[in-house]
Design a protein around this ligand. Structure first.
Ligand SMILES: *Cc1c(COP(=O)(O)O)cnc(C)c1O
Length: 448
């Protein structure tokens, strides 16, 4: 073998951006117009570091995954130890300690009657599994009349075909529209601080749901929703009482309830799950993103015992014939076990509350800023809408805001004209204050 002509990729002098640009295709990116990617060499806590030593404050938990901070030592040690012990084993017919530990730790914090977990490896697969389990649950019972799915306008559930179908109301999937299965959409009565219309909006949304269920409940498989906060479509929040009213109607009509907590899970809404914050128990729950503390890809679809029981039979045809090569990967499970242990620390509830309180302190005065509308907070997630000519994910102002934040060494990635913060829980008061200060500057500086 001859020596490869490759440069030393870790050498700060190596032009990573040029090499990246010649061969890499980035997610959710218009490569023709996007600014060059920023190389990151290392990270610690809430801070990302570039090869030339610039420090960037990560206020979005790196696409909503990082819980306890970057390069968290306990999680890193757990992964390293596991990598030297058992890196992977087929999960059909075999099991291992990290998977069992995750299942035990998770079911201890999930709503009480959710006691069964099915592993996969990302949020989209967790959603696919939930949709398929719901379909086959009815099929196994001989109920083949149920063909409809329900979801909320603006909901986002991932980028695979089933997830896109359920999330078609998010508006991201136009090229695929004719290839998606049909999912019926209900209105989502998003609300914010000082919203005088919330009762009317909720009333209308529930009336639409009632009307739908009266006609179609008998042929409906399940309703999928992001409880309390719709993430990707712009941190659109509803009240817990709305979630409770929805779930109670679905229960009355025997329609399965799927909570997609891929984003809201693991403390983001101030409690371990949005389900716990609302005092609700769905039939199925999708978890990923924060499951490993953000260190490795892993996902879980958790369900009630009744769902699981519906697959038990002498006949293999009733089994859930679904699996992924890396189902319950031991490294991912070791990271998840370590993260769940950290999440159970006694100071976590206080920490989540402190973040929420700080958000509210900063958002209150900003609410009267001439460019700010719809200030809103749920747990550790804070958001505001910037008054601008165009709205939505592709709003031009979004790119300018993003660039402004990055120039100021803060990673904030607006969803169109929506600015939001979703910090890792290790964020300090100073860091949080600084991020809000930079948001204030952006609002005063950026023009249409
Ligand atoms: C991110 C997200 C998904 C998809 O997860 P991936 O890991 O990106 O596939 C699904 N549902 C919600 C609510 C999400 O925020």
């Amino acid at each position: 073998m001859t020596d490869t002509p490759f440069p030393d990729f870790q050498d700060p002098a190596t032009d990573l951006v040029a090499l990246d640009r010649s061969h890499i295709w980035h997610p959710f990116t218009q490569e023709a117009t996007a600014p060059p990617p920023v190389p990151i060499a290392s990270a610690e806590g809430a801070v990302l570091r570039t090869p030339d030593g610039r420090e960037i404050l990560d206020m979005i938990s790196s696409w909503w995954v990082t819980l306890h901070g970057h390069a968290q030592p306990e999680i890193a040690d757990a992964i390293a130890h596991q990598a030297r012990t058992l890196e992977h084993v087929i999960f059909a017919g075999f099991t291992h300690a990290p998977a069992v530990e995750v299942a035990e730790r998770l079911t201890a914090v999930l709503p009480q009657s959710i006691n069964r977990v099915f592993f996969s490896d990302n949020g989209s697969t967790a959603v696919e599994v939930a949709l398929k389990l719901a379909v086959q649950y009815h099929y196994n019972k001989g109920d083949t009349q149920r063909r409809r799915f329900l979801a909320f306008q603006g909901g986002y559930h991932g980028d695979t075909f089933g997830a896109m179908s359920a999330g078609r109301g998010s508006g991201f999937f136009q090229p695929f529209a004719s290839h998606l299965f049909s999912v019926d959409m209900m209105p989502w009565p998003e609300t914010w601080a000082g919203d005088g219309e919330v009762d009317r909006k909720e009333h209308e949304a529930l009336a639409a749901l009632d009307e739908y269920l009266d006609r179609h409940a008998w042929e409906t498989v399940a309703m999928i929703m992001e409880p309390l906060v719709q993430g990707a479509s712009g941190m659109r929040m509803v009240r817990p009482e709305f979630m409770r009213a929805v779930v109670s109607r679905l229960r009355d009509h025997n329609v399965l309830v799927i909570f997609d907590e891929v984003m809201t899970g693991f403390g983001r809404t101030g409690r371990v799950f949005a389900a716990s914050r609302c005092g609700l128990t769905p039939d199925l729950m999708c978890l990923s993103k924060g499951l490993t503390g953000g260190a490795l890809p892993l996902a879980v679809t958790a369900c009630r015992d009744t769902i699981y029981q519906g697959f038990l039979d002498e006949d293999f045809a009733h089994a859930f014939a679904h699996g992924h090569s890396f189902t319950a990967n031991p490294l991912g499970c070791a990271a998840a076990a370590a993260s769940l242990k950290l999440l159970a620390a006694p100071d976590i509830p206080e920490r989540l509350q402190a973040i929420e309180a700080r958000h509210r302190q900063h958002l209150a005065p900003l609410a009267s800023h001439p460019r700010v509308t719809h200030p809103r907070v749920t747990g550790t997630i804070a958001a505001l809408t910037v008054a601008s000519e165009d709205a939505g994910y592709t709003a031009a102002i979004g790119a300018r805001l993003k660039a402004f934040f990055l120039e100021n060494n803060v990673l904030i990635r607006p969803l169109g004209n929506v600015i939001y913060l979703m910090p890792p829980y290790c964020i300090t008061e100073e860091q949080l204050d600084h991020a809000w200060h930079v948001i204030g500057q952006a609002l005063d500086t950026i023009t249409e």
